[in-house]
Design a protein around this ligand. Structure first.
Ligand code: BGC
Length: 742
């Protein structure tokens, strides 16, 4: 009976969604019928406002006239209730009064800055990640924004690529879950609710695989790899109702993404039935000239609209050439209509046709501008994102009763660097963003002495400050160093060929370490860095990424034990840049090395181990988690059966703590070779001190599916390895057979 009621309820929900879709479609059609070709093309045109830019800006001083003439469908980088209202008023003076869409890169928070996405991924906490996106949407929408160019769902296996900071790391499965959580957060109760903004899954596609980790570079890969590794997060966001997608700058196997008919028309709008719209990346349509794919902007416009890019961000190719292309019969009006309809549909769904100013509410803007609850949420996920890499002899947590502590390093008194690359709406407000110095001070007893020295700058080569830093260390019971990257060293166009800790920071660490004082190194950065000497010689290391407004408080909470660290790396940390791309789910090869020291005509380096410095999924806690024996419900399964997996995990410490328990599988023989490990599930579980919990997972044959050589997504019967552990390198494993029969 319950089931029947449930399915009746689902049916009626479906019917009402369909009715609403039909209603909107009818409205869209009625507007479309009134539009001239020029007005239609105007809807496909997006201009930048007049500030922050990541590429060449349209300099035309007549943007306002163009809005009034109905030649602009959307603006980016225009924020604030007043500013957006002024432009919307211009749109209301256009013949058909079609409202503008305001878009912006709201990537990791808006006014309240959250940890960079790579850091948030280290929390493996999907609820907290969703909340972070939700809050960003609440704050941004209160400022007149309808649309964020996020989440970036590019799988990235190369830490040289500066934009790894903006995504969820190297794993497709984890990245897919995170992408969906972010879309849910941004889009909230659905478009139409004024605290929801349209999400934009970007960059479609395979941008994270740019050759050499160099931003904007080419991508050449098999379609199988594309479908298996790079497309699933996009597909999942489409299934979750993402409103828009953005092209990528790269070419994919020789065809620039902005005009890549295969990925846009065949896969996205065809196989996946995507009903939203696709915006180009900044100028990416015009950049096809430099790619050597088209001779001029006219050809660029033709190829892109035919391939399925609906909106042109700042290349002026559509506004400049589509009308002529239609007149010459090179582009069908139907292709333009399809794009216009997709964009108008979103404007209707957002409710902008009913009230174009519904996101322009001064009272709401003021209310959401300084919200304590948002700051607390930012602190919560910042703490969960921190990864404890090393903690010998239980050096951490520190005692608050310390009499004299040295705080050394170029990040100790920095507040801006906590904020990360995409954080231009935080405003220059140092009072809201404490430094590590402030946060440590607030933990210590009155009278405790902090001996501070910067020691060196982040990137400079001067060692002049070393002596002062040594002196500060000498006078102290213990030393905490805070080093890393500058806020603008990871991000768009911030690829690095050398991913060592920059400048002379590691040299400074070495010198201070010679004093033999107990020493903790904190590393704040937007990507996995290389710091081998530190890894080998410093007893306690904490990776703090860039954690946002409350970053310093989160770090202080962790190092003084008010929060027990639980973050796990979403990317492998290489031993040096020569190992990249490095990722846990690689193939075995025909000559795998049998051990770290095996160099005997095997797939290895003669000068370095294959394994990373810190593996995917790795992270310590002040608790110690012990994994018991794996228990499987069967070792011989049939196609329709479910495998139940159980493992006891014990917190062998006197501290409550949280552990992320990870399930991997390996398909031992396949019609195409399979990775040595693939993450299939995880659970983030809290344990009381001394507590044992039995953690269970279930696997079905659906979880074994992959793309075969014919691009068919299916599973293959045979032998599998089931692995469970606290990171990708240390697992308990058992083999099973999974057969076809029922
Ligand atoms: C970036 C996009 C971003 C856009 C607008 C481009 O350079 O690649 O991710 O959304 O600029 O700022």
């Amino acid at each position: 009976m319950k089931k029947l009621l449930l399915s009746l309820a689902t049916c009626s929900l479906l019917v009402s969604v369909l009715a609403q879709t039909n209603r909107i479609d009818r409205k869209v059609d009625s507007v479309l019928r009134l539009m001239t070709l020029e007005e239609k093309i105007g809807q496909l045109n997006q201009y930048n406002g007049d500030w922050e830019a990541t590429g060449p800006i349209t300099k035309a001083g007549d943007k306002q006239e163009q809005i009034i003439a109905g030649k602009v469908g959307s603006m980016l980088n225009v924020t604030g209730v007043e500013h957006t209202r002024v432009l919307q008023e211009l749109a209301m003076r256009s013949r058909l009064r079609i409202p503008l869409l305001f878009g912006q890169d709201v990537i990791h928070g808006y006014r309240t800055i959250f940890p960079i996405p790579l850091a948030e991924a280290a929390s493996w906490d999907l609820e907290a990640i969703e909340r972070s996106a939700r809050i960003a949407a609440i704050e941004a929408s209160a400022q007149g924004i309808h649309w964020t160019f996020a989440p970036m769902v590019d799988v990235a296996r190369d830490p040289r690529w500066g934009r790894v900071m903006e995504g969820a790391g190297e794993d497709t499965y984890l990245g897919t879950l995170i992408a969906v959580a972010q879309v849910k957060g941004f889009q909230g109760k659905g478009l139409g609710d004024t605290s929801s903004i349209m999400a934009c899954a970007k960059h479609f596609a395979a941008y994270g695989a740019a050759v050499g980790g160099r931003d904007y570079n080419s991508v050449d890969m098999s379609l199988r790899q594309l479908h298996e590794t790079y497309l699933p997060p996009f597909k999942a966001t489409v299934d979750a109702g993402v409103a828009t997608l953005m092209n990528s700058f790269n070419d994919i196997n020789g065809i620039p993404a902005s005009a890549n008919k295969y990925i846009l028309r065949d896969v996205l709008k065809g196989q996946w039935n995507f009903k939203g719209f696709v915006v180009s990346d900044w100028g990416s349509i015009g950049e096809m000239i430099k790619h050597g794919y088209v001779a001029n902007n006219k050809e660029a416009a033709e190829r892109s609209i035919i391939a399925g890019t609906d909106m042109d961000m700042e290349s002026r190719s559509y506004i400049g050439h589509l009308a002529n292309l239609v007149k010459q019969g090179r582009v069908k009006v139907a292709a333009i209509d399809d794009a216009v309809k997709r964009i108008l549909r979103k404007k209707f769904e957002l409710g902008l046709f009913d009230d174009p100013y519904r996101y322009s509410n001064k009272a709401r803007e003021e209310r959401e501008w300084n919200n304590e609850e948002h700051l607390n949420a930012s602190l919560d996920i910042a703490r969960k994102s921190i990864v404890l890499l090393k903690n010998e002899h239980g050096l951490l947590p520190l005692k608050k009763e310390l009499g004299a502590i040295a705080l050394i390093g170029p990040l100790v008194k920095s507040y801006k660097d906590h904020l990360g690359f995409w954080s231009y709406d935080w405003k220059d407000d140092s009072l809201r963003v404490p430094t590590l110095y402030d946060a440590v001070r607030s933990k210590l007893k009155a009278g405790a002495v902090i001996n501070y020295a910067q020691g060196c700058s982040i990137t400079g080569m001067s060692r002049e400050g070393f002596a002062e830093a040594m002196e500060a260390a000498r006078k102290s019971e213990m030393v905490v160093m805070y080093v890393g990257e500058r806020r603008d060293q990871s991000g768009e166009a911030k690829s690095r060929s050398d991913i060592q800790l920059p400048g002379v920071q590691e040299e400074l660490i070495k010198q201070i370490a010679e004093l033999g004082k107990p020493m903790v190194v904190l590393i704040g950065a937007g990507r996995p860095l290389v710091f081998n000497w530190t890894s080998q010689h410093i007893p306690a290391i904490v990776y703090t990424w860039w954690l946002g407004t409350k970053g310093a408080n989160a770090i202080a909470d962790v190092i003084f034990g008010d929060f027990n660290p639980c973050g796990k790396l979403p990317m492998s940390f290489p031993r040096n840049a020569g190992q990249v791309p490095i990722y846990y789910n690689h193939y075995n090869t025909g000559r795998p090395a049998s051990s770290d020291s095996d160099r005997n005509y095997v797939s290895a380096y003669i000068d370095l181990n294959n394994d990373p410095q810190y593996p995917f999924g790795y992270g310590l806690s002040y608790s110690k988690f012990e994994y018991g024996e794996l228990k499987l419900s069967s070792r011989n399964l049939k196609a329709n059966e479910t495998l139940s997996i159980e493992i006891p995990v014990t917190n062998k410490s006197d501290r409550n703590g949280t552990e992320v328990i990870q399930l991997y599988i390996r398909d031992l023989v396949g019609s195409v070779v399979r990775p040595v490990k693939e993450l299939k599930a995880f659970k983030r579980i809290s344990f009381n001190a001394g507590e044992t919990k039995t953690i269970s997972f279930r696997l079905r044959t659906d979880d074994l599916k992959f793309y075969n050589n014919e691009l068919k997504y299916d599973w293959e019967p045979g032998e599998f390895q089931v692995m469970v552990g606290g990171n990708s390198a240390e697992v308990r494993k058992e083999n099973i057979i999974w057969g076809r029969g029922k």
